[in-house]
Every structure is written in structure tokens, then in C-alpha cells.
Design a protein around this ligand. Structure first.
Ligand code: SF4
Ligand code: SF4
Ligand code: SF4
Length: 573
């Protein structure tokens, strides 16, 4: 995904992200998590919840700073939920932004007012079975990708952020640099969307703003209080609160005889949309947000930092301390600001496995029958069958099943433990026997049931084991004799500090030792015999050599004589 994904280097395959993903849009390959864009609704829950902070999210802070240094007029659109996020005096917030380099600061509520006007006109002029409203891009993606039948119920307006961007560009000029500051990462995907059309130039999240403030060393004590530029809107300011959009709609909903449903949290949205899709819920005006507690709850609710009510109190206090006034932002525009948009189906193709494919995959995971399907959810999927389907689609790997891997490892360990010719013992930190294998039982003539929990000193001298535990230094391949058992071992002792246990492995070499002795004796005897043979041979060789020497000298003498005779004959002597 362009805007958000995981950083592979930090991922430790704990599957927490997948467990939190409401639409299972995370693929695991080679033990690395990756967001699959066509399935993702950009709720960012997975990134916020990752214990390894393995996230890679686009930051627009560098281009904001660059805009300041190139002398552009910077205008901020601030989501009113800032009052819940920042602990300092809300009256100083505008002052902080101006210190950082913003020329003008407005509340996004100015744009929300335009959007709620659009909603009212739309409801008046239509006669739908249901209306779905949201300021949350994730809810729009959820409907477009997973509930295509409900796309027609989405009120076709851009978000307050984009509406405000359009108003700001009109008011401060197209050359101004508009920055939305809010709690939500999904707004970054909206910035990249077709409907932005340059209305918003950058999105900063509250934590990025905090980081900027920290880097700049802003001392809140020395910041002046300042008001927002242009009057704050009255109704639009309720948008970040749970049910805030509906509050802006006033009586129009009741006039149309619609029932109001407010829903926050993706799981709850999924539940409601499924009901509407089935036709169980009709004639409703829905306000939906993907974060629990809407934008005021925001990402912190996902992280499990339950400060929601404290934050809600602060937002409420802030809203009531500044009653606001109509901005007249719309009336004062130089042109008509269009905020309509269209929503469309964005479903993706899924390859569904046949029953025999699923069975095969389940079998490969050691799930041979329903009793093996634990449906524990550890892998991130709610059921083993869902997981098998994900494997079929290339979204998951078999080794993500903890139980499968544990059973596999255990059965492997068991085979080694049970059938090893070596004596294997596991001792606890107090030198008591935890496990002893059949070879150990035979060697020390004790049954495992009796040996377990006995101090090992009852079987043998435990000084080596104690030393290994004290020093943490393993003993590898040391010869040790236990004459009382007529045993001679090559012994290895390893201390596992985390578990505080000692692994003892002893290879019996008594038999091979006596074989070795027999072999040495045989070798010695062979050597003696060989020496005797050599000596004998040498004597014979000497005798033969002396005989050979004599005959050779005689032969040489005769041949020399013969040669001389032949030479003399050739010379005519
Ligand atoms: S939460 Fe997901 S991305 Fe983070 S470490 Fe766990 S598996 Fe990896
Ligand atoms: S951003 Fe949301 S939808 Fe996308 S992968 Fe993460 S949790 Fe799933
Ligand atoms: S048993 Fe394995 S495959 Fe089934 S839900 Fe649990 S971890 Fe996932």
C-alpha cells in the first residue's frame, strides 16, 4: 500500500495485526506481514496495535516544513478532537501552530457545516430505504469493498476535511498550502484520492504534530493564547463526537420518518451493514465511524489506551467554552463550492476453495477431523477453515498454526527422546530429574516414573551438573566413568538459563571402549608378529643377496671377458 504498510525488518510474526484486522487484509509470506491494498479499508488498527511498531506510514511533515521554508502561506484545518489529544490549554493550540509557521488556523468544523447542509438537502430530495453518513474514509471503503449493495445508501459528499480544503483554497488563494491536522491515518489515503483535487496539500496526525513540537522545543508556557481565524462553526464542531453528524442534521431526519442509528467501531459497522444488506434493518439514517468513540476515541482506543471519557470530557468542555458562530464561509466564497462525489463498488475477486481443497489443506495442518479444528484464533483467523481458505488464496501459510507447529515439534522431539541410543536426562535447577529416556532407564536400572523428581545425586555424582548451572558453561563431549554401573560415557551437559533446566546427554562408550582395548591388543600382537616376519624376511633376503652378489660378480666377469673378445675380433686382432 502506498500510504501505510509494515516494515518487514521489525515484524516478528506474532499475528496480533491479523487478529485485529476486521477484514483480514493482511498477507503473511515468509513470516512477514504485508497489507493487501485491494482488501484493506485503511482503518490503521493493525499498525497501531503492532507490539514491534513495525509500521511504515507516509509522513507529510517534510513537505510541510519545506512549504514553510519556501515562504508559502500555510493554512491549518484542525479537527476539533485536538482538545482531547493535547493536554495543554486549548486556547494555546492556535498559538502553537502559529509558532510552528502556520499563517492561518481554522477548525475543520467550517467544512463540516457545508457537508451537513449537503446531507440535509440530499435527505430532503431523496426517498431512500437507508442513508449512510460518515466522515470516516474507512467506513466508505468498507461499504465499497465489502457491501457493494449498500453503496447507493452512502450520501455522495466529500468529507469535511476535503470540503474545508476547498473553502480554504478559495479564501486564502490557490497558492496557499493547506494542511489537515487530525487523529486519523486513513485521512492520508483520502489525501491521495481522486476527489481531493488539490484541496488539501498535506495531512499530519496529532502524534506527528507532537513530534514536531518536541523537535522544535516549543515551551507551552511561553505560547500566547490565540483564537481560530474566521469564526468557528456552530454545528459542524460536533462531527468528531459519537453521534455528532446526526446532531448537525436537526429535525430533517425525523421529518422524513427515519430511525437514527449511530455506530462506532468496525465490527459494529460490519454487524449493522450485514443487517441492512439482509433487509432486517430499514428506513434508517446511519452515522458510522470505524474507530470506537468516533474521532474522539480515535486511534488511542485501538491501542487500548482507555482515556476515551477523559478525552470526551475535554472535547465537550472545549466545545461549550466556545459556543461558536456561523462562519458565513460559504456565503463569502468567490464561487460555488462543489462537494458532491460518487461512490462505487470496489469489490475484489476471491478464489474460493472446494471442500476437497480445504480438506487437503486442513490435513496438511494435522487437522484430520473436526476434533483437531480448535478454532482458537491464535493464527489471526477465527476458525481453522477460514485459515485454510486464506492459505488457498495465498494470504496465509500453514506454519501460522501454533498448535500444528507445536504438535509437529513435539512429535519430532518425542521420536528423538524415545528412540535415542544415548541416555538423555532433563534436570531442574535444583538438580532433580524431570525426564529420563528409555536408554537412561536401562543404563541406570530405574524406571522413569521412579526417577522423576528424584535428586540426580541419588543416581550419580552431580558435581558437574551443579558447576554447569553455576557457571552457565556447557560441558561438551567429556569422558565420564560410572564404575558402579560399569558405564563409561561421553557426556554433554547444557544449561538453558531461561528455563533453568539442564539437558544431559550421555553416549555409552563402555562397549566400544572394550572393543577398542581388544583392537589395541590385536594391533600390538599383529605388530609383534609383523616384526618377526620382517626380521625373518630380512635374514633370508641377506642370504639371497649374498648368494646373488657372488653369482652376479662371476657373471659380470664372464660378460666383460666376452665383450672384450668380441671387440678384439672386430678390430681384426
Ligand atoms: S503485529 Fe503483525 S506486523 Fe507487528 S510484529 Fe506482529 S505480525 Fe508482525
Ligand atoms: S489498515 Fe485496517 S483493514 Fe487495512 S490491513 Fe490494517 S487492520 Fe486491516
Ligand atoms: S487451531 Fe490453528 S488454524 Fe485453527 S484457529 Fe487455531 S491457530 Fe488457527
Amino acid at each position: 500500500m502506498n500510504v501505510m504498510n509494515f516494515s518487514a525488518a521489525n515484524c516478528k510474526s506474532c499475528y496480533k495485526c491479523l487478529r485485529s484486522c476486521p477484514v483480514k487484509a493482511i498477507k503473511f509470506k515468509n513470516d512477514q506481514a504485508e497489507i493487501v491494498e485491494e482488501r484493506c479499508i485503511a482503518c490503521s488498527h493493525c499498525l497501531l496495535i503492532c507490539p514491534q511498531n513495525a509500521r511504515k506510514v507516509v509522513s507529510y511533515l517534510p513537505i510541510v516544513r519545506q512549504a514553510i521554508s519556501s515562504g508559502k502561506t500555510l493554512v491549518a484545518s484542525v479537527a476539533p478532537s485536538f482538545a482531547g489529544y493535547f493536554d495543554f490549554d486549548t486556547d494555546k493550540f492556535t498559538g502553537v501552530l502559529k509558532k510552528l509557521g502556520f499563517s492561518f488556523v481554522e477548525e475543520t468544523a467550517v467544512g463540516a457545516e457545508l457537508v451537513s447542509d449537503f446531507y440535509m438537502g440530499y435527505v430532503k430530495n431523496n426517498n431512500n430505504n437507508a442513508y449512510i453518513t460518515t466522515a470516516c474514509p474507512s467506513v466508505n471503503y468498507l461499504v465499497e469493498k465489502y457491501y457493494p449493495e449498500l453503496v447507493e445508501y452512502l450520501i455522495p459528499s466529500v468529507s469535511p476535511m476535503l470540503a474545508h480544503g476547498k473553502l480554504m483554497k478559495d479564501h486564502y488563494g490557490p497558492g496557499s498550502f493547506t494542511v489537515f491536522i487530525g487523529p486519523c491515518m486513513a485521512k492520508k489515503t483520502e489525501l491521495e484520492s481522486f476527489y481531493n483535487k488539490g484541496a488539501i496539500d498535506a495531512v499530519l496526525n496529532f502524534d506527528e504534530l507532537q513530534q514536531w513540537m518536541d523537535e522544535t522545543g516549543i515551551d507551552i508556557q511561553n505560547v500566547d493564547t490565540a483564537v481560530f481565524d474566521r469564526n468557528t462553526a456552530v454545528l459542524g464542531r460536533n462531527f468528531p463526537k459519537f453521534g455528532g453528524i446526526i446532531k448537525c442534521m436537526g429535525e430533517e431526519i425525523h421529518k422524513q420518518g427515519l430511525k437514527i442509528i449511530t455506530v462506532s467501531g468496525t465490527d459494529e459497522c460490519i454487524d449493522l451493514f450485514s443487517n441492512i444488506q439482509r433487509g432486517d434493518v430499514k428506513n434508517v439514517f446511519v452515522e458510522a465511524s470505524s474507530c470506537k468513540g468516533s474521532c474522539t476515541g480515535g486511534p488511542d482506543m485501538v491501542r487500548g489506551e482507555h482515556h476515551y471519557y477523559r478525552k470526551l470530557n475535554r472535547v465537550n468542555d472545549y466545545l461549550s467554552s466556545r459556543p461558536g458562530a456561523m462562519t458565513n464561509a460559504v456565503e463569502n466564497c468567490s464561487q460555488e463550492i462543489k462537494i458532491d462525489r460518487t461512490f462505487c463498488e470496489k469489490t475484489f475477486k476471491r478464489h474460493m476453495a472446494y471442500e476437497h481443497d480445504l480438506k487437503q489443506i486442513l490435513n496438511n495442518m494435522g487437522k484430520l477431523g473436526p476434533e483437531d479444528e480448535l478454532n482458537c484464533g491464535v493464527c489471526g483467523y477465527n476458525t481453522c477453515r477460514e485459515k485454510a481458505q486464506a492459505i488457498y488464496e495465498g494470504m496465509a501459510e500453514p506454519n501460522m498454526c501454533l498448535h500444528h507447529m507445536r504438535t509437529k515439534a513435539e512429535s519430532l522431539t518425542n521420536v528423538i527422546f524415545e528412540h535415542s541410543a544415548n541416555c538423555i536426562m532433563v534436570l531442574d535447577g535444583n538438580m532433580n530429574i524431570l525426564e529420563i529416556n528409555p536408554s537412561g532407564e536401562r543404563a541406570f536400572s530405574i524406571k522413569a516414573e521412579k526417577a522423576k523428581h528424584l535428586p540426580v545425586a541419588m543416581l550419580m555424582d552431580d558435581s558437574v551438573f551443579r558447576k554447569v548451572r553455576e557457571t552457565g558453561e556447557s560441558v561438551i563431549g567429556k569422558r565420564v566413568a560410572y564404575p558402579e554401573y560399569n558405564l563409561l560415557f561421553i557426556q554433554t551437559v547444557v544449561y538453558l538459563q531461561k528455563q533453568d533446566i539442564l539437558m544431559v546427554s550421555m553416549a555409552d562408550i563402555a562397549e566400544s571402549e572394550s572393543e577398542r582395548k581388544k583392537y589395541t591388543k590385536l594391533k600390538e600382537n599383529t605388530l609383534i608378529s609383523t616384526q618377526e616376519v620382517i626380521d625373518k624376511q630380512m635374514r633370508v633376503a641377506h642370504e639371497i643377496a649374498s648368494l646373488l652378489g657372488e653369482t652376479t660378480a662371476e657373471t659380470k666377469m664372464l660378460l666383460t671377458k666376452l665383450k672384450k673378445l668380441v671387440e678384439a675380433e672386430e678390430d681384426g686382432d
